[in-house]
Design a protein around this ligand. Structure first.
Ligand SMILES: Nc1ncnc2c1ncn2[C@@H]1O[C@H](COP(=O)(O)OP(=O)(O)OP(=O)(O)O)[C@@H](O)[C@H]1O
Length: 634
């Protein structure tokens, strides 16, 4: 044995460590309980490392194969001890690992520090606090460590008060691994409690796959105090479900785990579990719940999945890990790349997180596609609960637009019920010969959509029309040009070209009728003046005398109303009145004399607006006019 290893040596911390210690104690104080998470995480890593080395050198396990972490405290001595039987450290390793920071990016890290507590705390989090976080709560830290494979008398004792230097000396240690003993600072006695320690461990380290053990405590009635027993118990679940291979997990276990993390008592509808390797390394276990939470539409509601870094719990509701339109998804993402102390702010900027978000969105879409294809009833249930949220994806996730379009479901004239069951592909497959567009109508309610006068010609010709009445629909439609090369067209827009569906004789007839009705059209234009943009003859109506449409480039009436209701400015676009030359009422109007004609014109426009779902500016005038015309007194 060399001279140096026999004596106690005092060494200085690397300058950066001194700086880091100082910063950490001041910036992370409000988050001090993380020290336990960091130390347990290191202990778990040490066990992982030993497990790995022992693959080639089983003798390192010294017959003691079970790896575990022990956490204990001593009230009288005011110490907390975290022990593991992992890989341990040699003297040189301890000097290097616990005295210097040898990490890439160290210089950049220190250059970025500003002295602003909050910003620095964030940076430190990003950098990783690790072992040094012990000094937030302890004014003395002792490390007793014995490298796996080294004899009992070749252990080391590392000691520091966090004030710039540490000592290292030879020591004896019975078992391999590392004990870390923290002597708490004044005022930190709260941590000297079994309840407190267990609480922190459960919160942050429950899914550490190695058992974390603590001594049992029992209430002794005679002594009137809790006594610490010799017997130990495991305080974490000691198994991270998502880290196991799929084939080792039963459906029942997947379901139980879902209930546990989602605080749901119902089974999930579907899940996807994958380990992603490559540039970014992570495991995802994502679930679709059966039912939407009551506050799905509350913008302030917390959503997102649980984030773990290397099996250590980091945060709940990490909403950055999934796009907003998938906010109904629950589950766990466990990253191997992110720093343990990652904050929400860092998540927003991280490239690893971006990769996770994109990868997870694809997985969730894949899970939904699978459900839509193979479990139609479940997909219908999903759509009823979350369809409106998924529709937001059309505008939010351009990269996956094609996939999202295929997942959409609509009500249509084919089914005639409000249930949204028709996929765009279903529609496309039953398009009429000569039809090259997908037709839809939007309205406030399903009833208004399905009774829209615009539908008449489509009904007559047997052409299916999608009936859209969710609030999000108009917004969503503004992002969809076509599906599979077929343009989506509103039947409530002017210039609707049904030409392809009319035969030659029909077209000729229509031209003649238009000519015949030109005088009445001109009279209507004059009578209505500024109230309309234009008046035209239409062949889209069957049972209604008239309807209103908007110019193809104008915003739909429905969207204008939605915007107004939301208190937003909507460009005023005037409606175009279209009249049905085949209707008896138009025939009657044609015959009307000068005074009466003006009344008829207003009545036609108002009833067309009403049928559209609009509210009239002067409803009383409409009623008066209608009554007087009914009585033939105009
Ligand atoms: N219980 C332990 N057993 C063995 N080695 C340890 C133990 N705790 C710490 N170490 C060693 O000390 C090193 C430094 O630990 P520290 O916690 O400061 O940083 P880290 O774990 O590398 O990174 P992070 O900041 O992300 O936690 C570890 O990489 C490890 O080699």
């Amino acid at each position: 044995m060399s001279q140096t290893t026999n004596t106690t040596e005092t060494l200085g911390f690397q300058t950066e460590v001194k700086q880091l210690l100082h910063l950490m104690i001041h910036s992370l104080y409000s988050n001090k309980e993380i020290f336990l998470r960091e130390l347990v995480s290191n202990a778990s890593d040490a066990c992982d490392k030993l497990r790995f080395e022992a693959i080639d050198r089983p003798e390192l396990l010294e017959g003691g194969g079970e790896l575990a972490i022990h956490v204990g405290y001593d009230k009288a001595a005011r110490t907390i001890t975290i022990s593991d039987n992992g890989i341990g450290m040699t003297r040189d390793e301890a000097i290097a690992n616990l005295g210097t920071i040898a990490r890439s990016g160290t210089r950049e890290f220190f250059q970025q520090l500003t002295g602003d507590k909050q910003k620095d705390a964030q940076l430190i989090g990003q950098f990783g606090v690790g072992f040094y976080s012990s000094f937030i709560v302890a004014d003395k830290v002792e490390v007793l460590s014995r490298r796996a494979g080294a004899p009992a008398d070749q252990a080391i004792r590392w000691e520091s008060r966090g004030d710039g230097e540490f000592t290292i000396s030879p020591a004896e240690k019975t078992g391999r691994g590392t004990d870390i003993v923290l002597t708490l600072r004044e005022g930190e006695d709260d941590f000297l409690s079994s309840w407190k320690l267990r609480d922190i461990l459960r919160r942050y380290s429950d899914h550490i796959s190695i058992p974390i053990r603590m001594k049992k405590e029992e209430w002794d009635a005679e002594k009137s105090e809790t006594v610490v027993k010799d017997e130990e118990e495991t305080v974490n679940q000691a198994s991270a479900l998502w880290t196991r291979s799929k084939s080792d997990i039963t459906d029942e276990q997947y379901r139980e785990f879902y209930k546990h993390i989602a605080h749901d008592f119902e089974d999930p509808l579907a899940w996807t579990h994958n380990r992603v390797e490559g540039r970014s390394e992570y495991t995802q276990l994502l679930y679709v719940p059966k039912r939407a939470p009551f506050d799905l539409w509350d913008r302030n509601r917390k959503h997102g999945v649980k984030l773990y870094v290397k099996r250590v719990f980091i945060m709940d509701d990490a909403e950055q890990l999934l796009p907003a339109y998938l906010r109904f998804v629950r589950g766990v993402i466990d990253s191997a790349d992110l720093p343990l102390n990652v904050s929400r702010e860092i998540l927003q900027e991280s490239r690893d997180v971006k990769a996770i978000r994109e990868g997870s969105a694809k997985r969730v879409l894949g899970m939904l596609e699978d459900m839509a294809e193979n479990r139609k009833d479940d997909y219908a249930a999903f759509w009823t609960e979350f369809g409106q949220v998924l529709k937001e994806g059309v505008g939010e996730d351009a990269a996956n637009l094609e996939r999202i379009l295929k997942l959409l479901r609509f009500a249509s004239t084919q089914e005639g019920t409000p249930a949204q069951t028709v996929a765009l592909a279903d529609y496309a497959a039953r398009m009429k010969e000569g039809q090259d567009k997908i037709y839809y109508v939007t309205a406030e309610t399903f009833a208004a959509a399905s009774n829209s006068p615009h539908l008449e010609i489509f009904r007559k010709k047997g052409i299916e029309v999608l009936l859209l009445s969710d609030r999000v629909d108009e917004w969503m439609l503004s992002f969809i040009r076509d599906f599979d090369g077929k343009e989506l067209v509103s039947i409530a827009k002017g210039g609707l070209d049904l030409g392809a569906l009319a035969d030659e004789t029909e077209k000729k007839q229509q031209e003649e009728v238009s000519e015949e009705y030109k005088p009445v059209v001109d009279r209507l234009k004059e009578a209505l003046g500024d109230a309309v943009k234009d008046v035209r003859v239409t062949f889209r109506l069957v049972d209604s005398p008239a309807c209103v449409v908007v110019d193809s480039e104008d915003m739909s009436q429905h969207l204008q109303r939605l915007l107004k209701a939301a208190g937003q400015a909507a460009p005023e676009s005037k409606p175009i009145l279209e009249i049905n030359p085949g209707h008896a009422l138009i025939e009657r109007v044609k015959q009307a004399g000068e005074g009466e004609f003006k009344e008829w014109a207003s009545l036609l426009l108002d009833q067309a607006l009403l049928a559209e779902g609009a509210s009239l500016e002067d409803p009383a005038a409409f009623v008066r006019r209608m009554n007087s015309l009914l009585l033939g007194r105009a």
